[in-house]
Design a protein around this ligand. Structure first.
Ligand code: ADP
Ligand code: MG
Length: 257
């Protein structure tokens, strides 16, 4: 992969819930191959922004562009098909399945490929080899996240950190180009936190693009080359760690926390 350009452009994004304006005209861009941080006090509109970008919510106004295409208002699977995904919490019904089963069930290579459904013997072999190929990729991914030793463990019994690793591994099975991470370190112990951050950096070097919401500002400052600060639904500031650290409006926004 050789990432280039600006895959994600958010322009004048607005989302109202009844009388509440959760996102109030936010505009920003994310550069290809970057690890971009999105921070802001509680209630700033970060999660709602993610939900509007990935089709979970339909924006009230504004536009989301991915690789030059207007994807505003598309369904989540349509957005994912284009290579833009967010991590999702393991659903309750998946908790009773093993880590391996969770991975096998992750929506795989949705982009442009249709699942072969046929009863003719020749094509059946294709299905078998596809399944084998999938299994191989699943194991590779499990090894990458050091989850292979717990492949047969029920997902519902994982620690908070292992669960986050699995959520990310599942998201990557869709073969995305860009991944949105909403507080991927919440409830993760320091050892696993280090591991998860290392994996994110490795993936970024492989050409993935990340937009990363995290409550711990120090982590964002240390790991992200570009930081966007949201406050009351708007982009308050953006820049490198030093710009953000010395930004008076940002300091003030966090004082009320
Ligand atoms: P953040 O992720 O930055 O903490 P959110 O995007 O979750 O902020 O929330 C922004 C604002 O929108 C908050 O005031 C929150 O209460 C409100 N909000 C978020 N989701 C909904 C919803 N589904 N219905 C009503 N209000 C919501
Ligand atoms: Mg949030």
């Amino acid at each position: 992969r050789t990432p280039r350009g600006i895959p994600l452009r958010v322009d004048g994004l607005r989302k109202e819930f009844g009388g509440i304006t959760a996102v109030d005209g936010a505009s920003f861009q994310v550069e290809a191959g970057s690890l971009t941080g999105l921070i802001g006090p509680n209630g700033a509109g970060k999660s709602t922004t993610f939900n509007c970008i990935t089709g979970v919510h339909t924006p009230t106004a504004g536009q989301v562009q991915f690789n030059g295409e207007n994807i505003t208002g598309l369904e989540p699977h349509e957005v994912a098909n284009r290579g833009l995904v967010r991590t999702f919490q393991i659903a309750r019904e998946l908790e009773e399945m093993t880590v391996l089963e969770n991975m096998m069930l992750a929506p795989k290579h949705q982009r442009g490929e249709s699942v072969v459904r046929s009863v003719t013997p020749g094509l059946r072999r294709d299905v078998v080899s596809q399944e084998e190929e999938l299994r191989e990729e699943v194991w590779e991914m499990l090894e990458f996240f050091e989850l292979d030793h717990i492949a047969e463990v029920e997902a519902g019994t994982l620690s908070g950190g292992q669960r986050k690793l699995l959520e990310m591994a599942r998201a990557l099975m869709t073969d995305p180009e860009m991944v949105l991470l909403d507080e991927p370190l919440a409830g993760v112990n320091p050892t696993l936190e280090e591991k998860l951050l290392e994996r994110i950096h490795e993936l970024r070097e492989d050409g993935y693009t990340f937009l990363f919401v995290e409550h711990d500002m120090d982590i964002i400052m240390e790991h992200c080359e570009h930081i966007i600060v949201m406050h009351q639904g708007k982009v308050l500031a953006e820049g490198g760690a030093d710009d953000i650290r010395n930004n008076e409006a940002v300091v003030e926004a966090y004082l009320g926390e």
